[in-house]
Design a protein around this ligand. Sequence first.
Ligand code: MN
Length: 191
Amino acid sequence: MVHKLPELPYGFDALAPVISAETIEYHYGKHFQTYIDNLNRMIEGSPYEDMGIDEIVMKAGGSIFNNAAQAWNHDFYFQTLSPVPVEMPENLETALTGAFGSVSDFKTAFIKSAATLFGSGWAWLCQDKEGHLVILPTQNADNPMTQGLKPLLTVDVWEHAYYIDYRNRRAAYLEAVWNIIDWHKVAQRLI
Ligand code: MN
């Protein structure tokens, strides 16, 4: 099957000033598109040709894994951002408070994990098989599903996600992006 760039649920300028239209133009329009294009080129005639992206992420290695996982991760990231503030639903607030002490403690721990991740990668909130919430940083394209975890939230901390708007200030990007997370979508993913 030919994979297509998923549509954004908002306009290119809808997340400004937290994320500018120029960043979306490059990050979504070029980086994300390139992962999709590479994936389509690489799976042609391979055992992965007829698989969905989730299945490729779980089964492939090397360059095919990298491009499939980056496609998955970017879709998840962009779908979890909102141009209008979304209040955190009570079930998520309760779960985060139970796991991390408070929503504020979760924010501190999540941002610390994302800010201190060395090099390129992603910061995740996941749920393990017992339902426990865990914060997980992953390198490069890595995706928590391959570790048996269910992703609930991710923030992209590759430099291309923030360099146009924040230059080297990754922590400032993380603080700002916090305010445009669609907590309703995060809550819906809780098992
Ligand atoms: Mn990215």
